[in-house]
Design a protein. Sequence first.
Length: 272
Amino acid sequence: MKMRPNILSIVIIILICSISSCKNKKTEELNLPYISSSPRVSFNWANTYYGIVPCKDCFGIGVEITLNTDLSYTMRRTYLEDSSAVKNPPAPLIDSGTFVWNKTGTEISLNNIKGKVDFQHFIVKQDKLILLNIRNRVYLETNIRDYTLFKVEADTSNLFDRQWDLVEIMGKPVSFSGVHSNRAFIYFKSDGNVYGNLGCNAFYGTYTLQSGGRIQFSNLTNTFKICHNMQIEEVFKQILIVADNYFLDEHELILNRARINPLARFETEEQE
């Protein structure tokens, strides 16, 4: 039995519409994962970020950027001279203005930057910004960590119940070897207690975390053994007294004072 011409036309139109609808649906489905993976959409990027980046003519540059949801920003750059800057921090350069996202929502560019344009473009990652050079490329020729700014209000859950080994103190790497040497480390418990080893003597006490990445140690005490070399121990002990803020990454912890010089840097192994 043959279909009437008008019925056949209707069937063809319905089939064409169905195919077109499916194609549009598939296109939308293919686009959705791409959009949802964009940092601009997926991450809570509106926050304050801080880090110390390398400098050819100074000790380092302390960079603090606050990004706001209205696409405005404030950036403070402090050029560090030496360790005396902890007591007498130099005046920062302050920029403010607006920023724009790239088409994929993965990078931002700051407007109204005074002086060098080296601090204009950043890759946006979860809990961090990565500084791009003037050619909009990552500093692959060196350690990317050196050009990373970490979110001040980042999640602190990975701070607790892990051994953080001391690997650098006052900008110099440290190593522990020999029968009579203990590895210096610090261990934070979620109940506010802290303990560890200074390099010879064990210590323990309490700590408090506050907004803005601030930290304060208190009630610190330690054992009184005498070891062959206690130079690192004495410096580490003083750092725990004067440190007032920290920066935390997945496997790295840095204690600072006044957001100027990194006093001590720690690393930890992968959690089991």
